[in-house]
Design a protein around this ligand. Structure first.
Ligand code: AGP
Length: 621
């Protein structure tokens, strides 16, 4: 949450910082601000609203400088006002600071300072942190930062300017992500690697409890104890063009349409090509799954697993829920799927016989990280399934299955959900295979069908106009009830989440069999029911639930399998997806729901890539 960008070098810092903020706006967009240093004079401009507002403000009152920092905010402490927007300056005017995270003891510190007569201009924890650093600063900025960090509790990524220093700025990480990059005579920082890609692909991912000094000489890295550390960098192979919308009106639509190619990338090298034979020893013969190179646990470890936990938040948790159904069927293990925020606060049985899988597109979600730390401390074998191989989750767990979806900018996750479905399906089947619960014949049927799915996805994606028209006819709906059974229930939850996130229309999802236990009471002619009813083992039961809803006059929108003529009779609108193996229907049924949500939000005139109250990466609890 919150986007941060910083620059020092020969170029105009304002343009670079504003460009970075635009790129990072998916992290927060309720207010924005920059500080530009021109010699010892620091100019600040901030405003409520988006980076576009800030740019307009700067067009009237330009600021310049060769060193600058900027922030786009997702409010935690203090309302959305200009005063609470970052950067913050301490009351003595010595320190200018931007912040992502929460300083938990800011009340306590604020009161201590107020008693000494300090008057703060904002309601934020950030201003208190700025004053703390300022009050400790004599002539050694590093020492002041270190002493301040020792007094601060909570999580924080800071970028700091000192008004008497015009050739360096400082970054601090304890919790929220910060990445650094250096090119000849320039040094950048940002919350996310996407903002640095136009300038460098050699990225330094700051660890917790580190302080960096950035100057035209490069990056000097220190621990909180003051020891100098090696400035290690990693090369990121994402391309800057991947972070542009191109011809699309929204990132979300672009990312939905990329799902066929995402699926191909996620599967590449992990399933044997049925025509060429499998690539790994395990998949000797044609086809088959091959995670040999990536599965981080030994044969012996894998045999000892008794439990598999799938833990995540939001959309990632829905992918985990789909995988959970598959794991029930193929692993023979005791399967638990849980939201990270719940998992971390319960007394979950979790030990060396537990395979704990943490699913996160960003790898920076605070609850997922906390849950993973807890499972690791209990001795579980932990694995990250993430799109960000250099994220905190991936680095801390050291065992990663990568999604390979490329950067996702839209706040509503779509293509990474597809990558998660693919990666988790392969993982679960791989475990099933090792456990002797997946027959060779079934393995081949599934992998051959997985290889065909991108084409089937593309067929669905070609029907965007049908879904736009469908959305148009439901634009006045009071809300939507999604129903499905088994993995289709998880897809219903994902469909409802997408709709809520970007259209702000109420939507809820229930297991279809639960409808009679309460939700059916809300049905009437104004509440459409979206039924996810592919032709699988549970189809007939779902069809009965559709009839029950129809009998209460609810309009029915069915997502069904091609060739299913029966369902037409009970539905007002049907969207047909190509037939597939029963276990793989989620890959196809989710796409019309994403497109339906997208078009409804577009018709309602919503800010699709920047939905209200949300941020892409939830780095605070
Ligand atoms: C998805 O559309 C949401 N933006 C949100 O639910 C998201 O999936 C959740 O915050 C988890 O994020 P992560 O995958 O980066 O951990």
């Amino acid at each position: 949450m919150c986007g941060i960008m910083g620059y020092i070098g020969p170029r105009d810092a304002a343009g670079i910082v504003l460009g970075g903020l635009e790129c990072l706006e998916y992290r927060g967009y309720d207010s924005a601000g920059v500080a530009l240093a021109e010699g010892h004079k620091i100019g600040i401009s901030k405003c409520v609203g988006s980076v576009a507002n800030l740019k307009a403000q700067l067009a009237k009152n330009a600021l310049s400088g060769k060193m600058g920092i900027g922030h786009t905010r997702w409010a935690t402490h203090g309302g959305v006002t200009r005063e609470n927007a970052h950067p913050h300056v301490d009351p003595d005017g010595k320190v200018v600071l931007i912040h992502n995270g929460i300083v938990e003891n800011f009340h306590e510190l604020g009161e201590e300072f107020s008693k000494k007569g300090v008057r703060f201009a904002s309601e934020t924890d950030t201003e208190v942190a700025a004053f703390l650093i300022s009050s400790l600063y004599k002539d050694d900025p590093l020492l002041a930062i270190r002493e301040a960090c020792a007094r601060l509790r909570g999580s924080f990524a800071f970028v700091i300017l000192f008004s008497d220093i015009d050739d360096r700025y400082y970054c601090v990480r304890k919790g929220p992500p910060l990445v650094l990059g250096a090119a000849a005579g320039e040094a950048f920082c940002a919350s996310d690697v996407t903002a640095l890609l136009p300038y460098t692909h050699d990225i330094l991912f700051m660890e917790d409890d580190e302080i960096a000094e950035l100057s035209t000489e490069g990056i000097a890295l220190y621990g909180f104890d003051g020891t100098r550390k090696e400035a290690r960098t990693k090369t990121v192979d994402w391309d800057a063009s991947m972070t542009s919308k191109g011809m699309y009106p929204h990132f979300m639509l672009k990312e939905i349409e990329e799902q066929g190619s995402v699926l191909r990338k996620t599967l590449t090298g992990r399933i044997g090509n049925a025509d060429e034979g499998g690539s790994g020893e395990e998949s000797a013969g044609k086809g088959g799954i091959d995670l040999n190179a990536e599965f981080p646990f030994s044969e012996e470890n894998a045999r000892s697993f008794r439990r598999v936990h799938l833990v995540a938040c939001g959309t990632s948790c829905h992918a985990a829920a789909v995988a959970g159904r598959l794991a029930d069927k193929f692993t023979g293990l005791d399967v638990r799927v849980e939201a990270a925020s719940e998992y971390r606060s319960g007394s979950v049985i979790c030990d060396a016989q537990t395979l704990a899988i943490f699913v996160s597109q960003s790898g920076e979600t605070a609850d997922t990280l906390a849950a993973a730390r807890q499972a690791r401390a209990k001795g579980a074998r932990c694995l990250a399934v993430t799109n960000a191989v250099n994220s905190s989750l991936a680095r801390e767990l050291g065992a990663v299955l990568e999604l390979r979806a490329g950067p996702e900018i839209g706040v509503a996750a779509t293509k990474t959900f597809m990558g998660q479905l693919a990666a988790l399906t392969l993982l679960v089947l791989w475990i099933g295979k090792r456990k002797g619960n997946l027959s060779r014949e079934k393995e081949l049927r599934l992998t051959e069908e997985l290889a065909r799915l991108p084409m089937k996805l593309e067929k669905i994606l070609g029907q965007g106009e049908t879904l736009r028209k469908m959305a148009e006819s439901y634009k006045d709906a009071f809300g939507f009830l999604f129903i499905g059974r088994g993995a289709s229930h998880a897809i219903g939850m994902e469909g409802a989440l997408k709709l809520k996130e970007i259209s702000y229309v109420h939507a809820e999802a229930h297991a279809a069999g639960e409808m009679k236990h309460g939700p059916i009471a809300i049905l009437d002619v104004h509440l459409p029911v979206v039924a996810i009813a592919p032709k699988d083992d549970l189809y007939e039961k779902t069809l009965s639930n559709i009839q029950e809803a129809r009998a209460r006059n609810a309009p029915i929108i069915a997502v069904a399998s091609e060739g299913d003529e029966d369902i037409r009779r009970f539905s007002n609108d049907c969207f047909f997806v190509p037939g597939t193996e029963n276990e793989l229907t989620p890959f196809l049924t989710v796409v019309p729901l994403q497109l339906f949500a997208y078009h409804l939000a577009s018709i309602l005139g919503r800010e699709i890539d920047r939905p209200r109250n949300l941020a892409k990466s939830v780095t605070v609890e």
